[in-house]
Design a protein around this ligand. Structure first.
Ligand code: ATP
Ligand code: SF4
Ligand code: MG
Length: 357
């Protein structure tokens, strides 16, 4: 039984699934004689039609690797990635070229993925030449349409990327990603380098474009406040494993995983009662070495609730009240929260040092 089958229907899943990632594993060869870097270790989640899902976690947790593996920019060791029921990981080269049209990616620094010698008409128009085989005048009409959709004007069409601000360049990258009417756009820290007001403009733009086109978005970000705003559901990953997944509102107000609690403790909550109750939980220490993962729960070395069982047994994903799934022994062993969030706990304990595998 796979991780996604082993749970209650709709607990952490999309209403109308478009993209389904199941038990994805990705590793990189270690340097020299070093062991391999286990960047993604069994990640599963779903993205619905016209839905935005947030993917959050600390630096190095494997967020970009998940995005890149879905895009097949890097190979997966195992797992499944289905788009509209079609398996992407086993596609041959020519089928993959056609499928790439449906899944696009926008990066933190679009400048590095734009050819600086190309004018905007070509930056945005290139995928139309390559994938849609459009003629020049049809292509230019579409480029003008896309520029308008992202809030730029036709007079920008003959300018070079360096002539734009960071926010404008991100608009160009979004226009390019949307050029061929993709089903999914993966935004990897797409607003992280922008100032707050430009971030807000881009977020509003993305929401408008989603309402118009119905595109689904996987929104990868460090900034949890931004994710809460844009994503209906959120996936929290740590050391390449899903710790918690569920409706953003429930996770942000009532996290069930100690890692989610720690990540979120610094994010303001609109509800003043919850804000008052929420203590600032300091996330101690660094994540373990991804070439030498803990045997049990990956968060055990930093968790303030860690118990003996956590050190040698990996917790299963279990349903949470209010929607979603959490991988934590607090739900089943120890205080047995049985689906309740961490609000129900008053327990504190010292972290313990786990054996490694
Ligand atoms: N090409 C690579 N070769 C070797 N290791 C890699 C490679 N790319 C990523 N890694 C490692 O895989 C792990 C996950 O990296 P990844 O870039 O996916 O994290 P991330 O969550 O996107 O982090 P950030 O928030 O800093 O972008 C890290 O330990 C990283 O060092
Ligand atoms: S399983 Fe144990 S160590 Fe892991 S998050 Fe839950 S309480 Fe903490
Ligand atoms: Mg990244």
């Amino acid at each position: 039984m796979t991780a996604l089958e082993n749970r209650e229907p709709a607990a952490g899943s999309a209403a109308d699934t478009l993209l389904r990632v199941d038990d994805l594993h990705v590793s990189f060869k270690g340097r020299g004689r070093a062991r391999k870097v286990r960047a993604v270790n069994g990640v599963s989640f779903e993205l619905g039609r016209s839905e935005t899902v947030g993917l959050v976690g600390e630096s190095g947790s494997g967020k970009s690797t998940v995005g890149r593996a879905i895009m097949r920019l890097i190979p997966a060791d195992s797992g499944r990635v289905q788009l509209d029921g079609r398996e992407l990981l086993s596609l041959g080269r020519s089928e993959l070229r056609a499928a790439r049209k449906d899944v696009q990616m926008v990066f933190q620094d679009p400048y590095s993925s734009m050819n600086p010698a190309m004018v905007v008409a070509d930056v945005i128009g290139e995928p139309l030449d390559v994938q849609a085989g459009m003629g020049r005048s049809e292509r230019n009409t579409r480029v003008a349409e896309l520029l308008e959709a992202v809030g730029l004007s036709q007079r920008h069409i003959e300018r070079y990327p360096y002539e734009f601000s960071g926010g404008q360049r991100q608009r160009i990258a979004i226009a390019r990603a949307l050029a061929n009417h993709p089903k999914v756009v993966i935004l990897d820290e797409a607003v992280s380098a922008l100032d707050v007001s430009t971030q807000n403009q881009i977020i509003n733009l993305l929401e408008d474009l989603q309402a118009e086109t119905g595109v689904s978005m996987l929104f990868i970000a460090h900034d949890l406040a931004v994710v809460r705003h844009i994503a209906r559901r959120t996936v929290v990953i740590y050391l390449g494993q899903v710790m918690e997944v569920g409706p953003s509102e429930r996770i942000f107000e009532h996290p069930a995983h100690p890692y989610a609690e720690a990540l979120l403790s610094a994010v303001p909550v609109p509800n003043p009662e919850i804000q008052r109750r929420r203590e600032r939980v300091v996330l101690r220490g660094e994540p373990p070495d991804p070439t030498n993962l803990p045997l049990g729960c990956p968060f055990v070395t930093r968790c303030r609730y860690a118990m003996d069982v956590c050190a040698d047994t990996m917790p299963e994903l279990t349903p949470v009240d209010g929607g979603g799934l959490v991988a934590c022994h607090l739900q089943t062993a120890g205080p047995n929260l049985a689906g309740r969030s961490l609000d129900a706990l008053g327990v504190e304990a010292e972290p313990i040092v786990p054996p490694t595998r």
